[in-house]
Design a protein around this ligand. Structure first.
Ligand SMILES: Cc1cc2nc3c(=O)[nH]c(=O)nc-3n(C[C@H](O)[C@H](O)[C@H](O)COP(=O)(O)O)c2cc1C
Length: 215
């Protein structure tokens, strides 16, 4: 955690957040976001789906081990987190803090969000811990941000996203803008992650505010 960590405390007195990483393309969005979240939150509770592990291996050559504790070590190294800052849960760990409204953080991001998980969260399926955690954040009137990636969106996808928006979630598609004249893939990734951080209440400088010029 760095000196900017107090910026989130207004929204999140516990200084904790939940992050779901699912099997949509754009695994790098999830990893980049995590590497920023550990700068601002004392604890990041992470759930990674089986499909996300496949995408991580395919897109980033990151082969995550099986055991949550080993995944924690690997992610901590990749994201430069301090010891115990990242907590990873198995998909049926119903006794974890994120599974109950009495203990779950009030903020959660799913990034990237597959259409499958968008559907499950929209219907309240709660079949995995990640789906349950999202359901908890919605029922407790917390802040749930989903970063979906698909192209094109079907009628079903759009209906699910509308339903989630009506339930209080924020849909922030992995659709970077180009008005800041990006020069690299990193710039595009930072655009999406920066906008998510802004919505969490973090004044990061990953995205230049519209109307301000850097010089
Ligand atoms: C390399 C790869 C890329 C994929 N990209 C997408 C995608 O962009 N969007 C999506 O909704 N599903 C995508 N999928 C399919 C999902 O991984 C699949 O539907 C899976 O069941 C999602 O499960 P999860 O929500 O538990 O992660 C991709 C799968 C692979 C292997």
């Amino acid at each position: 955690m760095n000196e900017q960590s107090d910026q989130t405390e207004f929204n999140n007195p516990d200084n904790q957040i939940t992050l779901g990483i699912t099997g949509a393309s754009g695994a790098i969005y999830g990893i980049t976001l995590l590497s920023h979240l550990v700068k601002y939150y004392q604890q990041v509770h992470v759930m990674i789906t089986d499909a996300a592990r496949v995408v991580l291996a395919t897109e980033m050559n990151i082969n995550l081990p099986e055991a949550p504790v080993k995944i924690e070590a690997k992610l901590s190294e990749i994201c430069q987190a301090t010891k115990d800052q990242i907590k990873v849960y198995a998909k049926e760990n119903w006794f974890s803090v994120v599974a109950s409204g009495s203990s779950a953080p009030k903020q959660m991001v799913v990034c990237p969000a597959s259409m499958g998980c968008v559907s499950s969260i929209a219907t309240g399926a709660s079949n995995t811990l990640m789906e349950r955690a999202a359901d908890v954040v919605l029922k407790e009137k917390g802040q749930l941000i989903l970063v979906p990636r698909e192209m094109p969106f079907s009628h079903i996808h759009l209906k699910n996203m509308l339903s989630l928006t009506e339930s209080g979630a924020t849909i922030m598609p992995a659709a970077p803008g180009f008005y800041h004249q990006p020069e690299s893939i990193e710039d595009l990734i930072n655009f999406v992650c920066g906008r998510v951080l802004n919505h969490l209440g973090i004044k990061d400088n990953l995205v230049e505010c519209w109307g301000y010029k850097s010089s």
